[in-house]
Design a protein around this ligand. Sequence first.
Ligand SMILES: [Fe+2]
Length: 460
Amino acid sequence: MHLYRFLTSLYLLLLSVSATFAQNKTYLPTAFPDRVILGYKGDPAISQAVNWRTDTTIKEAVAAIHEADPSPDFTDKAKIVKAVTQKAVFDEHTALYHEVNFTDLKPATQYVYRVGDGKNWSEWFHFTTASDQSAPLSFLYFGDAQNDVRSLWSRAVRGAYSTLPKANFMIHAGDLINRSNNDYEWGEWFEAGGWINGMVPNLATPGNHEYYKDGLKEKVSKHWRPQFALPENGPEDLIETAYYLDYQGKRFIFLNSEEATSGKKSLNEQAAWFEKVITENPQRWNVVIHHHPIYSTKQGRDNDEWRDKMEPLYRKHKVDIVLQGHDHTYGRGINIPVGQSRKKPDGPIYVVSVSGPKMYDIGLQDWMDRAASNTQLYQAISIVNDKLSFKAYTVNGDLYDAFDLEKDKKGVNTLTELSNTLQMQERLNLPARYEKSFKEADLKEYNQRYQDYKKRKGIK
Ligand SMILES: [Fe+2]
């Protein structure tokens, strides 16, 4: 009997050890390139940056590039470009991050490239440069991935790629992982995106979970700058965390809302930088991306100072759409009082979304035209001439939300609501844990909001 008990406890112990090990799957670097990811360091019509990682044994990292060709004979003719290498020291290990910015490329042209050291090579990947003219584009946008990234977020990034494999790039609105300096979480993020990251460029802005405390100072993850190739045209102390990119006649402005909501100095600095960048803007469409929402999907989670500062600027400078995260629910709408026509938005369309599995309760605020609770989503957005088409999909590929935004000659937008034409009903049930943890008053309040929301939208 004692032996039986002993064997049972040993078995349980082994199970828990293996569970712990599985949870902390390590992703140590080797001499082979991994975490290959495209980004931008300059004009996307004539340049393309790529970043990758190895262990510290690599002495000279290089990339090889050629115009894409269906014959495999290009491999010997590919041009070799030397990488810039930096060492990154983490708690558990040291890694080398290598970066190449391919320049002097031809616009709207497909290329093939690989990265390595002359001996250990990645596979060949394709990418296509942007046109140097105003031209149609499409891109993917993800709210927080953050938790169980390998296990559950992978279906978001892979589903998104399956829906829009020709996306010009992917946008991540912060909280890509949970603990800023945990290498295995970044390992999960790169495993989930896999080779997609080598073909479709990534543009990201950090959330609160990409920050850590170093003494009294808040700092961005030690991984952020070494592992991403992002534009360096933002405010001086926010290099690669706030920046803008012009792509085929559209301007994408990324703000660092974690810094802006942590201190007045950064808030003012970013507001001034935003005004400068958008005033000089020759592009017809403006997309703004940041982590903390201007309008929260939940009561009491608003970032008042952030909103008071930025919302009037977005209106004044005709921002078309603001893509955000942080609230772990989905909400899409505009800042127009309930009951008024929503056809001509006086200000941008605001979107809050979540792509990972961590779910919060939803507030069903007045600004929202379409909402979702307890639902992992990704968004596919296209801008073709004077029309922006927005589509949100559940991670299993069902169309969940849609609208069009059409711009007239004066730059005034007309919103066409399409969510009422969709088959999918709104998913507004609270995540199960809230059904349990909510006190009676909370549930009553939620149900009241639910009823008001349905009434406003004419849902029976
Ligand atoms: Fe967050």
